[in-house]
Design a protein around this ligand. Structure first.
Ligand code: HT7
Ligand code: ZN
Length: 885
């Protein structure tokens, strides 16, 4: 397969002005008639018109009403090239396609008998031949025709302008979208669906119709999505002055979907996982996920739809910015300082858990990639999460008001256009009056920068120096890196744990603010820079990279005592959490080394700095329970693995478990107290305070059950039996399944019986087992034989296979290589069903070169087996070949 390069971008030879489409929907054979008007681009005289099409039958092709003869075009390799096209032209194209056979879930497909589309990134070309690229923007008018009984609901983008009967048992609906859009935002939905609807008054007084469409039987699960949508609309008005531009906004839930959701103009299509919720089936995490994904898709209406991407290399222009916006939305909605900090910690955890490894592995790529083989492989944590961190750094550098001015200027300049990441940066720079040219490197250089911190206190001069030195490791195709522009937020703590006022020496005549700040953003732009603080009365403990002000790895040497001090005192909640994680990581790495050297772990030896710090946190009643939960959770096995040169998954697992048991036994009484005092009696509510309490209570339960005694089992069993919500029920089930409790098999069986009608809960049931510590490869293969299992449904495949390969490292990396054989089998099977999902699974071996040589050999063999498979999709081929390179 051929790579596509950013440097090769050329504008299209023709623009499309209007598109009219007629669909005769039939699951076996759908016919699509498309009429488009086009205008030749300046400087394109003599150039052919290039249209893309895949898995399509071309039934008819007419130009200005006349059939185009065989000599007038060529068709091959997904490209329809038409020659001698006039400057202004009307094209009529008829295509035929087979939605029922479309298991890729791209283009037009069926799910549980209903029709759905997914056009981002290049799915529209599976519906008709089209210049399917995001810089070609047109208005669309769409007529849907279908059997009235089977498909009573017919939806597309924009406004419904006409509907009626066709007489023969069929009916039609005509939709018109007044806004120009790229083809990837096209959508249609047809089938048996019902909706919850509300009218909502915008700040301007205009009323809009909001609808959430689901399959019958699910109307009791739409309220949270509807509330989240209304909150999103209000938030975008208040924070960014952005109003919903349509009279109608629809969300539709579908059970078969490759990703989380899709921001099609006015007709968002969602994975059911991010719509359906009630206390019986959804956890607190599900509720939070729905809120953020509903927000994310809604916010795309401006950042993505009104202003879109010139080409797919600019994907982070919309995705990084929109993730930043959804993160801020969720944080603002919580409202409290500690809630904001919790949200920030959760977001950084995702970045470290998933993006840092990506940036250090064979698929590392810049936020704005230079090339790709298959664009679907670039919907990555780098584009989304690191992209969001890059946007956040603008806000850190320019301030909240400066950032808002930059956003206003961006929309003023580019509304209705398809633009680049450079355009966004220029708007920020111009609005803020800043030179942000060096900042471009965040878009062009891959890899996670490291910032080394060295300090020196001069007691006589009462000055304190912080030297920051940056570096960035080589990544594929980028052996050498230039220094980044890195905002490093810093505070200094005195011996009483209070923030010291900060006065930088470089500021002439001191700071002109009457009160010196206690957090300062140092701008690191050179390979190494020293910052001098004056009037520093005593040697401080530095708190560096507050609120995680840049996506970097901080190398800083703290003693255990300093970490415990920061954990207890830092006014920056993120760094309080960070200090605890550093303490835990240090201990885990030391113990893992001991296990690798064959040393026994002494259970009683663990009342050390970590134990004391945990005790202090657990017994501090002033702390927010949600923060406590995060602070008392040890770094995950995969985060520990990233810190090691040679990874030993079983050793890490053994150590994490050992430490959890040690902490459980040393603090048993305190865990019991935390359990009891964080109960949330009464009706379930997903609000952040209640969710935080449940989080801490269930963490306490998981520690207690580590002790695996009768009392612990009883506590978990009783919570399981009496739970009035899914958060508590699944937490109890997970605790039981990961223990030797006598009732665990019965609980698993009864859970399935109780929830077998709820697909999303059955996913949880598979996932919980896939990640359980006793579940080996054989058990997963057995679970694949369960009647409820199917590889065709992405949620189900993810719930079992991905959960095992990515969420159960000790079993997946079994020394005999059976996990890798299983992985290869599933990648190969998925490759023919759904290449996009297969390629995601293929990423599970990204970090294979970090493992012990015996494991590496087995992983290489599995990778090579996949590479040698016939008819490998370009999705899987790209991932595997980069892994093996
Ligand atoms: N913009 C959406 C991307 C998306 C997608 C991409 C490829 C294949 C299937 C897909 N479904 C959705 C999602 C988002 O970021 O909002
Ligand atoms: Zn998005």
């Amino acid at each position: 397969p051929q790579a596509i390069y950013r440097k090769d971008y050329t504008p299209p030879s023709y623009w499309v002005n209007t598109v009219e489409m007629g669909f005769d929907l039939d699951p076996d054979l759908t016919r699509v008639a498309t009429r488009m008007t086009l205008s030749r681009n300046i400087g394109s005289r003599g150039k052919s018109l290039v249209l893309y099409g895949e898995s399509l039958e071309l039934v008819q092709l007419r130009m200005n009403g006349k059939e185009v003869g065989k000599r007038g075009y060529t068709l091959g390799n997904g490209v329809l090239e038409i020659f001698n096209v006039p400057a202004e032209v009307t094209l009529d194209i008829e295509t035929a396609l087979r939605p029922n056979q479309n298991t890729s879930l791209m283009g037009l497909y069926t799910s549980n008998g209903n029709f759905f589309t997914q056009c981002e990134a290049e799915g529209f070309r599976k519906i008709t031949f089209f210049p399917d690229r995001p810089d070609v923007m047109a208005t669309y008018k769409v007529m849907l025709r279908a059997d009235k009984d089977k498909y009573p609901v017919l939806l597309s983008n924009g406004n419904l302008i006409e509907e009626g009967d066709l007489g023969d048992g069929r009916h039609y609906a005509v939709w018109e979208d007044p806004f120009k859009k790229p083809s990837y935002l096209f959508a249609l939905v047809a089938g048996q669906l019902v909706c919850q609807e509300e009218t909502y008054k915008l700040q301007s007084g205009r009323e809009v119709l909001l609808q959430v469409w689901v399959e019958e039987g699910n109307l009791d699960k739409t309220q949270h999505a509807m509330d989240s949508l209304k909150n999103s609309i209000r938030w975008d008005e208040e924070r960014f002055g952005l109003e919903l531009d349509l009279d109608r906004f629809m969300i539709v839930a579908v059970g078969d979907f490759n990703m989380g959701a899709m921001e099609n103009k006015g007709l968002n299509i969602f994975n059911t996982k991010f719509v359906l919720a009630n206390p019986r089936i959804a956890t607190d995490a599900d509720y939070a996920g729905i809120e953020s994904v509903v927000g994310h898709e809604y916010f795309h209406n401006w950042t993505g739809n009104r202003v879109t991407c010139r080409d797919w290399f600019q994907l982070s222009l919309k995705e990084g910015l929109t993730v930043f916006r959804d993160q801020e939305f969720s944080a603002d909605l919580i409202g409290t300082d500690s809630g904001r900090a919790v949200k920030r910690i959760e977001d950084v955890r995702v970045l470290r858990q998933a993006q840092f490894p990506e940036d250090a592995g064979p698929m590392a790529h810049p936020v704005r990639p230079d090339s790709y083989v298959e664009i679907n492989n670039f919907y990555t944590v780098t584009i989304y999460e690191k992209g969001s961190e890059v946007v956040r750094m603008y806000q850190t550098l320019l301030g909240r008001d400066g950032f808002r001015k930059g956003m206003d200027l961006y929309f003023q300049r580019h509304d209705g256009q398809a633009v680049t990441c450079d355009d966004f940066r220029a708007a920020m720079a111009d609005a803020g009056g800043r030179d942000l040219s060096q900042f471009e490197l965040w878009y062009s250089q891959a890899g996670t920068p490291r910032v080394k911190v060295e300090t020196r206190y001069d007691e006589v001069a009462q000055s304190y120096m912080i030297t920051l030195t940056q570096s960035c490791p080589p990544t594929p195709g980028q052996p050498n890196k230039l220094p980044f522009h890195i905002p490093v937020a810093v505070g200094l703590l005195d011996s009483g744990g209070r923030d010291m006022p900060l006065v930088l020496d470089s500021v002439e005549g001191g700071d002109d603010r009457s009160v010196a700040p206690t957090t300062m953003v140092l701008e690191l732009t050179e390979p190494s820079q020293t910052f001098h603080f004056r009037n520093v009365r005593e040697e401080p403990v530095p708190s560096v990279l507050r609120n995680f002000s840049a996506p970097v790895i901080l190398d800083i040497e703290y003693t255990d005592a300093q970490l415990a001090f920061l954990m207890a005192n830092d006014s920056d909640a993120f760094n309080r959490w960070e200090a605890g994680q550093r303490l835990a990581m240090r201990r885990m790495l030391a113990l893992t080394e001991a296990v690798k050297n064959g040393e026994a772990l002494d259970r009683n030896a663990d009342e050390n700095a970590l134990g004391a710090a945990f005790r202090a946190t657990l017994t501090d009643n002033a702390l927010d329970p949600a923060f406590c939960e995060l602070a008392l959770t040890l770094p995950s096995e995969s985060v520990v693995a990233e810190q090691m040169d040679v990874v030993h998954p079983q050793a890490i697992h053994q150590v994490r478990r050992f430490l959890r048991r040690a902490l459980a036994s040393a603090l048993r009484f305190q865990w019991e107290v935390a359990y009891q005092s964080n109960r949330t009696p009464g009706a379930y509510s997903p609000d952040p305070v209640s969710a935080g309490k449940r989080g801490l209570k269930n963490l306490a339960l998981s520690y207690i059950v580590e002790l695996d005694d009768g009392d612990a089992h009883k506590l978990a069993q009783s919570q399981y039996d009496n739970a009035n919500n899914m958060t508590d029920r699944i937490a109890a089930l997970s605790a039981l399944v990961n223990s030797n409790a006598p009732g665990k098999d019965a609980a698993l069986a009864s859970f399935y019986e109780d929830f077998k009608q709820e697909a999303l809960v059955v996913d949880k049931w598979f996932s919980l087992q896939a990640m359980a510590r006793h579940t080996d490869v054989a058990a997963v293969r057995e679970l694949m034989n369960h009647p409820a299992f199917s590889l065709r449904n992405p949620n189900r495949a993810r719930s079992l296979i991905f959960s095992f390969c990515n969420g159960n490292p000790a079993q997946f990396h079994a020394p005999d290589g059976s996990g890798y054989e299983f992985w290869a089998d599933q990648v190969i099977a998925l490759n023919t069903i759904n290449p996009q999902v297969a390629a995601r699974l293929a990423r599970s071996l990204d970090r294979w070169r970090k493992y012990a040589p015996e494991l590496q050999d087995r992983m290489r063999a599995a990778l090579q087996r996949v590479a040698a498979t016939k008819s490998l999709s370009k999705d899987v081929h790209e991932v595997i070949s980069k892994s093996l390179a």
